[in-house]
Write a protein that binds this ligand. Sequence first.
Ligand code: GDP
Ligand code: GDP
Length: 442
Amino acid sequence: MPDQRVPVVAIVGRPNVGKSTLMNRVVGRREAIVEERPGVTRDRKEVEAEWNGRDFVLVDTGGWLPGGDHLDAKVSQQSERAVLDADVVLFVVDASIGVTEEDDRAASMVRRSGKRVLLLVNKVDDTNREPLIWDFVRLGLGEPVAVSALHGRGTGDALDALVALLPAPVEAPEPAADGEAARRARDVLSVALVGRPNVGKSTLFNRLIGDERSVVHDMPGTTRDTIDTVIETPGGPLRFVDTAGMRRRSRIDQGTEYFSLVRALQAVDSADVALLLIDATEGVTHQDQRLAERVEGAGCPVIVVLNKWELLDAEARALVQADVERKLAFLGRAVVVKTSALSGKGVHKVLPALSGVVDEYRRRIPTRQVNEVITLAQQAHPAPGGARVLYATQGATDPPTFTLFANRELPRTYLRFLENRIRDAFDLGQTPIKLRVRKRTD
Ligand code: GDP
Ligand code: GDP
């Protein structure tokens, strides 16, 4: 495999959690220095490793020391750099210490990077320490995996999980996005503007970017062979996905309805939020409904934009609103914005609506508050058959994902109930919410 790039795995974690020990364990020889003193492995170490026939490079990032002195800051910078260069991050924490503030901050750096992560809870030397791992769920880095780097306990399973996260071996070269551009691309919130042909997508888009304050630039698309547009807004940069056809005065033909549906769905897949445009003069058509269903199915929060609003009289407006409530009921409490893209009326409400939805999507709720809400909900309405949630925590954002530890299976209807309670308590609007249930016996 001459041209194939070997995937890079960065090990991140506070000093002394056992990164070097883990690295030695994986590599099977004493390559990195291990010493019982924070910050000994200052240099970035890279070693080649192999598991189940997959080669990869392991990079010890030398620890993460937020704040601190000059050297600490440099080490952290290096660590951050290593994360950005990596394909997968091995995030290591110490079961004997629990979640520290440094863990929290390093975790948020890793989450921001958008990289795939495997969360390893080290120093789980025996079964007694096993329950300690659940506290780390709240780092928002997915399900914790228990290991003991020192004794080799669980490391085989951890490596299996790691290899599963590596990118599939590729024959074709990677698209030529340099590290910086790729990083920017991940930080920027992306929006798909979708709707049937002629509903006013291009007109609305040109209105949105026509704003004096927005600095507009094109970027290679997040989907194949497309061009995205990034605009600077007071609330941060926004990336509009697949906009080649929208920028120009004379647009390229958007093709058949089917083709534009396919294209819209590709855009939605790489977007954080979708603006679903509807031609208000036509009401909610069957096509609009289908598109909305697919967008919803992709787990993307939706903002409904009723365009050409100025063409409707009061009676027609009431009818369309009722239409939305009825035919798009499955979107839940979707935000609805009315615009006249042609005249620009109402367009100023689009960006605030976007940032509102995105805030919900990225909301992180403290574990204590989640548990309070769950406890109150259970007091008001206990689950049938003695089922009970013992502990709950938000394991991830984008969308908000909660892990419920329960003594036994919870009925679907009950989960619905809990979901609604969480949604109401934290004003999550219509953002998709995921609940995961894990059984726990104690
Ligand atoms: P790093 O600097 O964060 O990479 O951490 P090291 O690999 O240097 O480990 C720090 C200390 O934790 C050393 O004394 C290790 O022997 C110890 N250690 C590492 N892994 C384990 C483990 O699985 N169990 C126990 N009990 N100690 C461990
Ligand atoms: P797209 O195919 O979804 O990109 O739709 P366009 O932006 O090309 O708009 C289709 C047609 O609708 C054009 O003739 C626009 O001028 C017109 N149009 C767009 N927005 C409005 C609006 O708010 N009011 C009215 N009356 N016409 C609009």
